[in-house]
Ligand binder design. Sequence first.
Ligand code: DC
Length: 228
Amino acid sequence: MTNPLIITIDGPAGAGKSTVAQMLAARLGLTYVDSGATYRAAALKVVRTGAALDDEGAVAAVVSAAQIEIVTDDGHSVVYLDGRNVGQQIRTSEVTLAAAQVSRLPEVRQKLIALQRSLARGKGVVMEGRDIGTVVFPDAPLKIFLKADVEERARRRLNQDLPEGRARTLEQTAYDIGRRDQLDAERKVSPLVPAPDAVEIDSTLLSAEEVVERIIELARERKLVKSL
Ligand code: DC
């Protein structure tokens, strides 16, 4: 039996990973998984318990006791913390910044990477994140590193956030994205770097559909999916 297909999509915040990964999963009949949601759920638990984010021991203890689950429902990743759906609560800017800090800790990553790997057991997935191609699934047959200019990423994030009532200015958004890029790239464990065998796609001037087409073309060339 051949192994189920795993496609990894890594890259900085706002490069279009979620949109592209969801569309790609739907097109190929694979399960979409948002690994960032697991780090956000861990961060939410830390914020709720009031542990100091720079107290590594306390943060690791809180996260190790947290019950985090992620399921795919109608093409979206739904994350549960201690049995409750926290899909909305993990998207605040407080949790976003906390997630960047919490995800620096090796103990936290160890727990969440095990969870992410378990989600691909027996089924094909498109998983998006920062270290999916480098650490979580280093043997995946198709790895994409999706990037875009910081201004364009801020614009997209803002468009995504506005309809949901989390209004912010372009400057604030670009600042937050820049700060998260820095935290993600500089951390010692699993820094945000492309896997050596990842295909880099710059989405600044491409629509999500064009990026998806390009990835499907790569999957066909590699005979991972049938040509239609
Ligand atoms: O993709 P996102 O914005 O939801 O990710 C939230 C945080 O989690 C972000 O700071 C990066 C971190 N993260 C990570 O370290 N590794 C992953 N595979 C996914 C996200």
